[in-house]
Each structure stands twice: as C-alpha cells, then as structure tokens.
Design a protein around this ligand. Sequence first.
Ligand code: KE4
Length: 428
Amino acid sequence: MEIKKSEILFKEGKKFIPGGVNSPVRAFKSVGGNPIFMERGEGSKLFDVDGNEYIDYIGSWGPHIFGHNPPFIKEAVAAALQNGSSFGAPTEMEVKMARLISSLVPSVEMVRMVNSGTEATMSAVRVARGFTGRDKIIKFEGCYHGHADFFLIKAGSGALTLGEPNSPGVTKGTASDTLIARYNDLENVRELVARNRNQIAALIIEPVVGNMGVVIPTEDFINGLRQLCTEEGIVFIFDEVMTGFRLAKGGAQEVFGIKPDMTTFGKIIGGGLPVGAFGGKREIMEKLAPLGPVYQAGTLSGNPLAMAAGYAALSHIKENPGIYQELEDKADALEAGFRENHAKLGKSYRINRIGSMISLFFTEQPVYDFDTAVKSDTTLFGKFFHGMLERGIYLPPAQFESWFLSTALTNTDIEKTIKAHFEVLYSH
Ligand code: KE4
C-alpha cells in the first residue's frame, strides 16, 4: 500500500502542529505507525492522499451516521452559504433547530447551541453547579466527556478518595471537586454520595460508553442512578455526544426509557460541521445568561452553516426513523460474521455492541467497566488494526474506542470486513 504522500505530510505537519495532528487520537500512537492523511469521503468510503480507498468505521468519530458527504447535507450547507457564513445575530434556523431537538428528545425542554462536545459538557456542569449551588461532580472512570479541566481526572489512590489530575495543567483544586466512580457499580456511587452528602451538583455519565470501547450499563445500574440523583437533588446529566441520535432518534434515553435532567450533544447534531449542544429541564436552563446568572457564550454558536448541516441531518432522522433498524441489521450481520470467525479460529475475544456502536476487545473476559476493559491485549489490537488497514478497512486507531457504522455501508463492505477480520486473526 503506497502511503508516500501521507508520510511527507506527516513529517511537514509535525513541524507546525504538536504531534502533526489536531486531535491526539488521530496520531496512531496507541497502534504504532504513522497516521494516514485523508483527502475525500464519499458514502462508506474514505480516500487517502495516495489514492488508497478504505471502508470507514470511524465516520469522523460519530457524526457520519449517513456516511460521508450525503447530498442532502451538502446541498443544505451550499444553500446556506449563499446568504453568508456567520452573522453573530440570532437566525430563524437556530429556532427551528432548537424546536427540532426538543421534539426528538422530549427531556430537553430548552437547549443552547455550542461548537463542540467539550463546550456542551463543560457548560452543562457549570449550569448544574449554578442551579444547585453545589461544587462537586461525579464522573465515571473510563468515561470521556471532552477536555474541560474538571473531566481530566483519574481515580484517587483509593476508589473513594478525591480525584487527582490526569493531565499537567489541571490543578489539584480543580481535581478536588471531581469524584470518580466505577461504571456499573451502583453501590460504589451510593457510598460516594453518602460521603459527600449535599455537596454534589451533578453526576455525568456516558449512558452507553464509547470511550472505553463500547461498555453497556445494566438496567439496574442506570435506573438506580436516576433514582439516586432524584433522591439527592443531584443533576443527572446524560452525555449523549456519542449516543445522541446514534442509538435511536431520541438517543440512549429513548432506548433505556430514562429521563435525565440534562443532556449534552455533539457529533451527529452537526452533520459533520462543528456543533455541540446542551439542554434539559427549563428550570435549570433558565439559570443561563442572559436570562439567569450562569455565564456561557460563543462567537460561532448556532452558526448558520453548522445549523444548516445539523438541521438537515436531524430532519433526515425525523423523516426516516427506519434507519435505526437498517443500522441494526448491518451491525448484527457484522457481529455475526466476527463471531463465526472466532468460532472457526477457536477464539473467544469479546464483542460489545449496541445498535451501530461496536467494539472488539482482545480479552476473553467480559468487559463491563474500566478495570475489565484495560485487561484487553492492546498490542494485539495494534497488529489487528494494521492488518485491517492493509486490507482497506479503516478502524479507530485505539482499542478503547467505539466503531461507528453508517447507513452507507453495503453488504459487500460488510462481507469484505468479515473476510479481513478472519485473515488478520488467522495470522496472529
Ligand atoms: P468534542 O469536544 O471532541 O466534540 O466532544 C468531546 C466528547 C464528549 N463526550 C463524549 C461522550 C465524547 O465521546 C466526546 C469526544 N469523543 C472523542 C472520541 N472518543 C472524539 C475524538 C477525538 O478526541 O478526536
């Protein structure tokens, strides 16, 4: 596989961009080798700068649920561009977008647009703190909510101690307000809450985790959290940046039948352009400036081009709810093919899947939280990743990520992926 131009660009890029990339996971650090520079996306395919073609299971890390460059999004952005790119003033499209989000996700009575998932989660926590007058938050080990300081925290020495920074630049003071709990362990959360009674403003969770690889909550766990937050006056925040409009038109909260107090969005909501959003109960959202005292702002928030792309994407979802069954069928066929290969090869690697989010873990034990996820053989994952890449299958370059399927995937794509999976595992 010729990757000359990618290598040249990477070498040049590293002179001016830290690590040669604008987001760390793209650098292939955890799988080895150099990143592939992409030039074009079309449907289920990506094409790199050296003319190689790939079946894409990243989909820009979630946004491209319809595959790359769908005509209805391209046309919507082109039409919006005729009127200009940004006004810094309210527009009709923002009103239509807010109404559409609320109609798809009924727990979201009010919503504020921002420019990334990080802005959405950061702002949601701030308004929850402003609403409750409390300082502490609970997050779960292995969940990722973007790079706001108070999320870059790892579990303290004991599971029930305060968090510690897991990145230089995050202060101990900031870390002291973040408590780290264990996913799928309701007892652990109850203990944390009891030790910090009336001090916890919010509990934020990935209702289905993508950032450990796919990890699915038990019904008791996720229902128990809802009950605990209600009893304790803790704002229950569903971080649906990944799962929103991915698992169902109403996201994970529709799948589980749970009503969080707040929800954060990203990825699909922007149709491939930079959009995030946070919303929820009116009484909480009304704390936000200019209505209330909690400050939050953004020059390009609700940007006309991004709203055009996002509105086109969400409208397509509203008009075509059958896409979720279509995605389920494709993902089920892929998973069945992998399981067949494992059986033929005498392997029992774990596959965690819900809807069009799937991860393969190179461990034979169940994966249901951070401790069990990190038992996976990441060296083998690196070899698997490159074996698949050489066969034209572009996977997330890290074990602890979800793959994302799109409606653009064909049966031929799926068959080719299953065949490549067998060949690569056969040789390792
Ligand atoms: P962004 O700021 O990257 O738009 O969103 C942050 C975020 C928030 N919440 C969840 C559940 C997320 O998965 C993310 C971002 N996801 C990663 C993929 N693991 C984005 C890829 C990257 O960092 O380049």
